[in-house]
Design a protein around this ligand. Structure first.
Ligand SMILES: NC(=O)c1ccc[n+]([C@@H]2O[C@H](COP(=O)([O-])OP(=O)(O)OC[C@H]3O[C@@H](n4cnc5c(N)ncnc54)[C@H](O)[C@@H]3O)[C@@H](O)[C@H]2O)c1
Length: 342
């Protein structure tokens, strides 16, 4: 493993992963392949491009573009593909499911096919705990049935099944990781934790869906990155590994941590109409990954606090996004009526 293609590497988790991998493995070359949708930004990798200029390359492209994917994998002599590229926001998947099916399912197929054609040594799929569906009791293990309930999680589940089908059918050397909710630097500010942090900084309302008692395993993005690195180096081919803290907090608790970290009043909390089909609880059993020697460093609360502090210290990153038309029109569509009704 020397020449990695990281698809979706200009997004939130992908950019953190690229930075971490180049630091951790001084002999690796990383090619980021990214379409630069609203969520992908070259600014997320600006320091990487400067510090690691001899080991980092960027190609702007769509994972659904067979010709460009194939020519990149072949010409760059790629031996490992790590696929982060996806449409990722559940709320957007309820507005326009088509792009999720296109990227998360068809795009995954294009990458798998290219990996097969050019004899790539490892294909790793970055997946999510949401494919298990809501888990009211107990914890999801990797052997559990998939019961996705949103267009986002259904398209990610379909991608996972295609990855496993390529392993069964053609012996493609694959692994899959299923991460819980990530928080950390460079997460597009329409996702809940950066949305709440940036709204709280500006003393704007924090729109909490429903009663806020949904439970989530908020993990710090760096823990997810070390988890994926562990799977790449120590994981068994064909296997799936859950990655998370293995504990959960409610969204209300997360909201309170945001407010306390920024010293803002609880009066900013506004309960708004819930997301349709909102999963009540996700909970991962992460013992399989721990048997490979991996441990998370941050608890859910520490992860949220650390993230909120990054947003407080990095206004120059998120203010241009929040003042742009793409963000504003999304926010108006998703929260305009909800805030009015509340
Ligand atoms: N954010 C989370 O909490 C979380 C948790 C578990 C798993 N995941 C998974 O991790 C991966 C990354 O998530 P994220 O939160 O960093 O997402 P993100 O939305 O921040 O970034 C996605 C990236 O993919 C790129 N992209 C989208 N469509 C593309 C296409 N057709 N071709 C090429 N590039 C494309 C975007 O430009 C962007 O850079 C996704 O596969 C997601 O399902 C996310």
């Amino acid at each position: 493993m020397r020449r990695l293609m990281v698809t979706g590497g200009a997004g939130f988790i992908g950019s953190n992963f690229v930075r971490y991998m180049l630091q951790a493995h001084p002999d690796y070359h990383i090619l980021v392949y990214d379409k630069l949708t609203y969520a992908g930004r070259l600014e997320n990798l600006q320091d990487v491009a400067e510090i690691f200029s001899d080991r980092y390359t960027f190609v702007r492209g769509d994972i659904c573009d067979v010709a460009l994917v194939d020519s990149t994998v072949e010409a760059q002599d790629i031996d490992t593909i790590v696929n982060f590229a996806a449409e990722t926001h559940v709320d957007r998947s309820l507005m326009e499911p088509g792009s999720f099916i296109q990227t998360d399912v068809y795009g995954t197929y294009v990458l798998l096919e290219s990996a097969r054609k050019f004899g790539v040594e490892r294909y790793h799929q970055v997946s999510t705990d949401e494919v298990y569906g809501q888990v009211l009791d107990g914890r999801s293990t990797e052997a559990d049935h998939l019961e996705p309930r949103s267009p986002y999680s259904a398209s990610k589940a379909a991608g996972d099944l295609m990855v496993l089908a390529y392993q069964e059918s053609w012996g493609l050397p694959v692994t899959i990781s299923r991460g819980s909710n990530n928080v950390g630097p460079y997460q597009y500010p329409e996702k809940v934790v950066p949305l709440f942090a940036t709204n709280a900084i500006d003393e704007e309302p924090l729109p909490v869906y429903g009663d806020g008692q949904q439970m989530r395993d908020y993990q710090y993005v760096l823990d997810h990155c070390t988890g994926i690195d562990t799977v790449l180096h120590k994981g068994v081919l064909g296997e799936i590994y859950n990655v998370g803290t293995g504990a959960e907090i409610t969204n209300m608790m997360m909201t309170e941590v945001v407010l306390e970290t920024l010293n803002r009043p609880r009066a900013l909390i506004l309960h708004v109409a819930d997301r349709p089909g909102h999963d009540r609880r996700y909970a991962l059993d992460v013992s399989k990954l721990r048997t490979l020697g991996w441990e998370n460093q941050y608890s859910c609360v520490q992860a949220v606090e650390k993230t909120v502090r990054w947003y407080a210290d990095n206004e120059s990153w998120w203010r241009p996004i929040k003042s742009g038309d793409t963000y504003k029109s999304y926010y108006a569509q998703q929260y305009g009526k909800r805030l009015e009704d509340a």
